[in-house]
Design a binder for this molecule. Structure first.
Ligand code: FES
Length: 155
């Protein structure tokens, strides 16, 4: 089902040393990019765990990406290499659960690569235009919760 970009929710887990600054720089340079991305700053992408990525989907993200330092430039030596392994593993998990693994991605960039951050957001946005909303996103309303919307817990 095609999706309107303004309805898309993208969560970006960014390293504080690189991608977070690249995103900040993109803003300072007033580079236009879809504003449907919410940024979560991590000390290093090596802190990413599968549960963190899965929880982002569970709470309504249509796409998630992790953006770390360039390979060989992680301030914690191998944090970004570990993050890539975690992302690949989690892609397999979401595929096994019936979701398109391209809803999750890993990117590498330096703090000066504002355009690369914008490209990452655009890549995920373009994929969502094809894929539509996450199958986990549709909230369910349960009378046991007093009509309060709950995330779909099918994962
Ligand atoms: Fe940036 Fe590790 S410090 S990915």
């Amino acid at each position: 089902m095609p999706m309107n970009p303004k309805d898309m929710k993208i969560i970006a887990f960014t390293c504080t040393y690189c991608a977070y600054n690249a995103a900040d720089l993109a803003g300072s340079m007033r580079i236009q990019y879809p504003h449907n991305v919410r940024i979560v700053k991590l000390l290093c992408t090596g802190k990413v765990e599968p549960i963190l990525l899965l929880e982002a989907f569970r709470y309504g993200a249509d796409a998630v990406f992790v953006a770390g330092c360039m390979e060989g430039e992680c301030h914690f030596v191998q944090g970004n290499l570990r993050a890539r392994q975690v992302v690949e593993h989690t892609k397999q998990l979401i595929q096994d659960a019936g979701m398109d693994p391209r809803r999750l991605e890993m990117f590498n960039m330096s703090a000066s690569m504002a355009q690369k951050f914008v490209q990452a957001v655009q890549t995920m946005t373009d994929r969502l235009k094809e894929q539509g909303p996450s199958p986990l996103r549709a909230p369910t309303t349960d009378s046991a919760t007093g009509g309060v919307e709950q995330p779909n817990l099918s994962l």
